[in-house]
Design a protein. Structure first.
Length: 129
């Protein structure tokens, strides 16, 4: 029976190939500290049905290529999808906030002079006798 692995699809950009990330918790033998170990497997996806974020099951099979030695068995759970922001709406709001900040910064700099510019002759001579 072939080895079966459950993981999350981290990339589906290649044609008929997905990258599956598998995370496992392990304990260090000497220090008894737990840590997360992640491994990446490339798997063959014949129908291009898996998308990034999906939880999938893959199994070992004959090598399809130099790096691909796993095959997609099934999709356990679909991902939640990606959130995409509209560029037209975000950019004007961001520019408006930046212009407000620049005008506030300019006002605060013109009102309060730097400490070096305020120094007078009496301050520098006060310590000398």
């Amino acid at each position: 029976m072939a080895q079966k692995i459950i993981g999350v699809v981290s990339s589906d950009k290649r044609d008929k190939t997905i990258t599956v990330t598998v995370a496992s918790r392990e304990t260090h033998p000497l220090y008894r500290k737990q840590y997360t170990k992640t491994r990446k497997y490339t798997a063959h996806d014949e129908k291009n049905e898996a998308a990034a974020g999906d939880r999938v099951e893959i199994e070992a099979c004959r090598p399809y290529s130099k790096t691909v030695s796993y095959n997609l068995v099934r999709i356990i759970e679909k991902g939640k999808g990606k959130i995409e922001l509209k560029e037209e709406e975000v950019i004007p709001e961001k520019e408006a906030k930046m212009t407000e900040q620049r005008s506030e910064d300019a006002e605060t700099q013109s009102v309060s002079p730097s400490s070096e510019a305020v120094r007078t002759d009496s301050d520098s001579e006060g310590g000398k006798v």
